[in-house]
Design a protein around this ligand. Structure first.
Ligand SMILES: [Zn+2]
Ligand SMILES: [Zn+2]
Length: 163
């Protein structure tokens, strides 16, 4: 996903920290680099939840490594989450997350074959394994959403529980 600066509206560059966490900076050499701290916001406020397609997005979920989504695509971007998916992942309730996603997709008219459900579950298992920490909430400011990166990054090592 594209993250831009809420102060100057320029696109920000992603930095991958060795602990798997990520943050965003102004491009080196840009005049904005010296005048203010980057204030990361979603460049597009109408992003949908990467897990269930609901909106609005209320948190970002960081992963250390690439999540394979299909046979030919993968992503190491943070995942955008709606409030329901945020709560379920924060509570480490991956079974309820799968129920939430499949129920929602069926309500939207999708016909889910057993292998489709298995594909969704396979993605969830990767997310769980690669999680850097619990979802990081987006704090809502006037007309914008700002990831709460002024706080300390979450401790690496998301607690694992029963599948
Ligand atoms: Zn800026
Ligand atoms: Zn969701």
């Amino acid at each position: 996903m594209q993250i831009s600066c809420g102060s100057c509206r320029r696109a920000l560059n992603r930095v991958d920290h060795p602990d798997g966490y990520q943050y965003w900076v102004h491009a080196f050499g840009q005049e904005e680099d010296g005048t203010h701290e980057p204030r990361p916001i979603l460049a597009e406020p109408h992003y949908r939840c990467d897990i269930c397609n609901d909106e609005p997005v209320t948190s970002l979920f960081f992963v250390s490594g690439a999540v394979r989504i299909t046979a030919i695509s993968s992503s190491d971007d943070p995942w955008a989450l709606c409030s329901v998916c945020t709560d379920l992942i924060a509570n480490n309730d991956w079974r309820a997350l799968l129920d939430h996603v499949t129920t929602r997709f069926r309500n939207l008219g999708a016909h889910l074959f057993p292998h489709s459900v298995a594909d969704i579950q396979r993605i969830h298992k990767q997310l769980r394994r690669l999680a850097v920490g619990p979802p990081v909430p987006l704090t809502t400011g006037p007309g914008s959403q700002t990831p709460g990166f002024e706080q300390e990054p979450p401790t690496p090592g998301f607690p694992s529980g029963p599948a």
